[in-house]
Design a binder for this molecule. Structure first.
Ligand code: ATP
Ligand code: MG
Length: 356
């Protein structure tokens, strides 16, 4: 029997609460399928580890993760630890070390999910955002030119390499071709007169190899407006690291909230492990209360199954999430219910069993 080795990093805040439910679902899938299974290894890394050891993960953390087929991450961040440390020293270092240059974020209004927009049908919000995940505005390059008030000057560089732009844009074109969908390029070439001009150039250049793919280009400000006003404009979206980060939180808001938004950090060549996570943070405001919505984590588990080639199971999990939402009996407070995190996970597991 094929066994997938999964490194689980539950992390901080609601991370462990929600990831636990995703693990339950994955275990049930393997039990029902019978031809593959999962070996989960848990790594207690994150802010608690940092407060004890001064590091978010051990020095050889990346080496330890290297041998796994995938990483399943909860969330990192805690009030006592600066955000740029918790983010950089764990999440971003994993994304970079394992060259997870694609961040794939579905923005899809599932049956039964609440939508704050009026006059929108379920089919109107059904897109995938392909976010550049290795460089751009999050390249981590910059300097403190002058320290001290009042003339402090800080520089943060954005880095756009040809290889970096080409590979993510090509990935998006391939996806659009495979799924026979339109592709929208989101950039900001009018104001960012080097980086985004170059990005657009690469987008148009690669487009010549994909005459069958219908494309659009939008500035990020206009795209934000259309996400709200006319989300049906978008099918596949490709954009830079920062714009993708912001747009997908907006995407989460129009498609049911942070408790329903999943993301995959992919190394498409499979040279290194890919990482699957809910896109929300550690949510300290609701941590420890067992009320976090686990459906985003469960959705990211379905992305993991897709990536392993078990798309049929990925679809079953999405159908189960829709069933949880439409039945409406077992929902966490963010979706207007009174159930706990684990009650929602248990409901998903029992619907999964019933579906098979
Ligand atoms: P980060 O910087 O790590 O992205 P953040 O500051 O953006 O974190 P989140 O932790 O994502 O914040 O939380 C934003 C809001 O969404 C909070 O009010 C939080 O309670 C809510 N939220 C996040 N995740 C969930 C969840 N799984 N279920 C319910 N509510 C959630
Ligand atoms: Mg956030």
């Amino acid at each position: 029997m094929k066994k997938y080795r999964i490194a689980v990093i539950p992390g901080d805040g609601v991370g462990p609460e929600v990831i636990n439910e995703g693990v339950k679902v994955l275990n049930k899938v393997s039990e029902l399928d019978g031809t593959f299974g999962f070996d989960f290894t848990f790594f207690p890394w994150g802010c608690e580890y940092y407060l004890e050891n001064g590091l978010m993960m051990p020095k050889d953390g990346i080496d330890q993760l290297k041998e796994f087929d995938a990483i399943y991450l909860g969330a990192v961040g805690a009030p006592g630890v600066p955000d740029h440390i918790s983010l950089w020293d764990l999440l971003l270092i994993i994304r970079k070390s394992f060259d997870q240059y694609i961040n794939l974020r579905p923005v899809k209004l599932l049956e039964g999910a609440p939508c704050p927009l009026t006059g929108v049908k379920k089919e109107d919000i059904d897109m995938v955002v392909v976010r550049e995940n290795s460089e751009g505005e999050y390249a981590g390059s910059g300097s403190w030119l002058y320290k001290g008030k009042p003339n402090e000057v800080v520089i943060q560089n954005a880095v756009f390499s040809r290889v970096g732009c080409e590979r993510v844009i090509r990935y998006a074109y391939e996806l659009a071709r495979k799924e026979k969908k339109t592709l929208t390029n989101v950039s900001k070439a009018n104001a960012l007169n080097y980086s985004m001009v170059f990005w657009d150039e690469v987008f148009n250049e690669i487009g010549r190899e994909y005459p069958d793919v219908r494309t659009y280009s939008l500035l990020v400000d206009a795209a934000s407006m259309f996400f709200v006003k006319q989300p049906q404009r978008f099918q596949i979206v490709v954009t830079s690291n920062l714009f993708g980060d912001i747009l997908t939180d907006l995407g989460a808001a129009i498609a049911g909230g942070m408790g329903l938004a999943a993301g995959a950090n992919l190394n498409p060549e499979r040279k290194f492990p890919s990482m699957f996570e809910p896109i929300h943070g550690s949510a300290p405001d609701i941590a420890g209360k067992s009320i976090a919505n686990p459906l985003a984590s469960i959705w990211s588990a379905s992305q993991m199954l897709d990536f392993f080639g078990h798309e049929e199971w990925g679809k079953v999990i999405i159908a189960v999430i829709e069933q949880v939402l439409t039945e409406g009996q077992t929902l966490t407070p963010d979706l207007g219910g009174k159930s706990s995190t684990s009650e929602v996970g248990d409901a998903a597991v029992s619907m999964l069993s019933a579906a098979y």
